[in-house]
Ligand binder design. Structure first.
Ligand code: NDP
Ligand code: 2IT
Length: 444
């Protein structure tokens, strides 16, 4: 059996019940196969792939917290410190009832290659909890975040591991966690990113993932002689990534006609009203059913369905495995030209293959959503020099980084004979830097 196949089989056998982690590993290892097979004996002797797929450290802990009635609840907290070859562990914290170790490992594994693609010195990590912030009061969220950080603070620091937001973790949660870290450790340092602007946060971090997604999409189109101007776009999600993706797409002259949340979706033929969306989701923390109060001509539907709507470009920005084979077929039948992932691994394996086989330009999340973590790294730089940069400066750097990511993945794909396959390009380009750093640092 080839070394790549052997390691994939071992990952599945050693990590049962972690299908998302298997999926993420399979995608990366299949992509880097040409690099590995060019020097298989050496890689096998160094157990390079085994070191890549086994996290450096996994932390799992109990998170007890008090609700407003004084009743005690216990959740599980995780931090997977996956790979520190190119920098301190860096990656978000997901708060969602679906969180388990397999989800955190898939996200942490993806993060290694994403962070490498940014060109900045950040390693890969991810964490979170099965706590559900929905329906909780601010004080309950605060008590959860404090309890979570009381344990996590032992393992993180500005030069060791720097968490940030992800699903369910936004500015409010980062604020509570930062306060607790500072109280226990006595350090006012850049230990978290996505902080508020009054205590070390970076301008443009809130917008960065969504804006970055559009910068790379725009560059992809530009390199194929097209532009965002006049395009119809379908977006899923209605959270941090989706909101700022919609905002930037509209600034670039496109019309975004959908968004969705965990219970339903909106079709607004006149274009999504971003101000209304922000008020519903960022201020009121309400459901998308409210959108009709702002835009009577829009349609609200229960369940999922944004991929049925005819569009030139699709941007999945909600969660993993939300764009299935049937959706891919519908997008192709509707003449969709590009799918760029705002979420992490939102497209299933068979849907990705179908899109690629049918000539759709497909950019995987580890490249197309890298603007968030890249801007987090810019926040770390600002914290280190105790300065803050203007919105324009951060935004300009973000744009440059995303354009570079596009050209790096495009060139890597071409170099290995897979022109136009940005999945292969992203995985090889991300892997090469990590490989070099791991080799230089010996067997550690
Ligand atoms: P948010 O929590 O802000 O928003 C998530 C959105 O997706 C919400 O609208 C949520 O609905 C919706 N959703 C629908 N189905 C699900 C589901 N099964 N599980 C969770 N959410 C669901 O998260 P973000 O926008 O920050 O993250 C979205 C995706 O982007 C994730 O895959 C994340 O890992 C990825 N990402 C985020 C980055 C960041 O900087 N925030 C950076 C890079 C990637 P509802 O409103 O009902 O909760
Ligand atoms: O998936 C991701 O890249 C994030 N959730 C952002 C991580 C970060 O450290 O900003």
């Amino acid at each position: 059996m080839s070394y790549v196949d052997e390691v994939i089989a071992e990952v599945i056998a050693k990590n049962p019940d972690e299908p998302e982690f298997h999926q993420a590993v399979r995608e990366v290892l299949e992509s880097i196969r040409p690099v590995i097979e060019a020097n298989e004996a050496q890689f096998r002797r160094d157990a390079l792939l085994e070191r890549l797929v086994n996290p450096e450290r996994q932390i799992k802990f109990r998170v007890p917290w008090l609700d407003d009635n004084g009743d005690v609840h216990v959740n599980t907290g995780y931090r997977v410190q996956f790979n520190s070859a190119i920098g301190p562990y860096k990656g978000g914290l997901r708060l969602h009832p679906s969180v388990n170790i397999g989800i955190i490992k898939f996200l942490g594994f993806e993060q290694i290659f994403k962070n490498s693609l940014t060109g900045l010195p950040i390693g890969g990590g991810k964490g979170g909890s099965d706590f559900d912030p929905k329906g909780k009061s601010d004080r309950e969220v605060m008590r959860f975040c404090q309890s979570f950080m009381t344990e996590l603070c032992k393992y993180i620091g500005a030069d060791t591991d720097v968490p940030a937001g992800d699903i369910g973790t936004g500015g409010r949660e980062i604020g509570y966690m930062f306060g607790q870290y500072k109280k226990i450790r006595g350090l006012f340092e850049g230990v978290l990113t996505g902080k508020g602007l009054t205590y070390g946060g970076s301008l443009a971090r809130t917008e960065a993932t969504g804006y970055g997604l559009l910068y790379i999409t725009d560059e992809l189109l530009r390199c194929h002689g097209e532009s965002m101007q006049g395009k119809t776009v379908v977006v899923s999600g209605a959270g941090n990534v989706a909101i700022y993706a919609i905002e930037k797409a509209q600034q670039l002259g496109a019309k975004v006609v959908t968004c969705s949340d965990s219970t339903g979706w909106i079709y607004d033929p006149d274009g999504i009203d971003v101000a209304a969306l922000k008020e519903i989701k960022e201020v009121k923390r309400a459901r998308l059913t409210e959108y009709k109060n702002y835009r009577p001509n829009a349609e609200y539907h229960e369940g999922r369905g944004v991929w049925q709507i005819k569009a030139d470009i699709a941007l999945p920005c909600a969660t993993q495995n939300e764009l299935h084979l049937d959706d891919a077929k519908q997008l192709v039948a509707n003449g969709c030209k590009a799918v760029c992932e705002g979420a992490n691994m939102p497209t299933t394996e068979d849907a990705t293959k179908y899109l690629q086989d049918n000539g759709v330009w497909f950019i995987p999340g580890k490249a197309s959503n890298a603007g968030g973590v890249a801007t987090s790294a810019l926040e770390m730089s600002q914290n280190s020099e105790r300065l803050s940069w203007s919105f324009e400066e951060v935004d300009a750097q973000l744009k440059k980084i995303m354009e570079n990511v596009y050209h790096n993945i495009d060139n890597a794909a071409k170099k290995y004979g897979f022109e136009g396959n940005y999945v292969v390009g992203a995985n090889i380009a991300g892997f090469e830097k990590v490989l070099d750093a791991m080799n230089a640092q010996g067997i550690v």
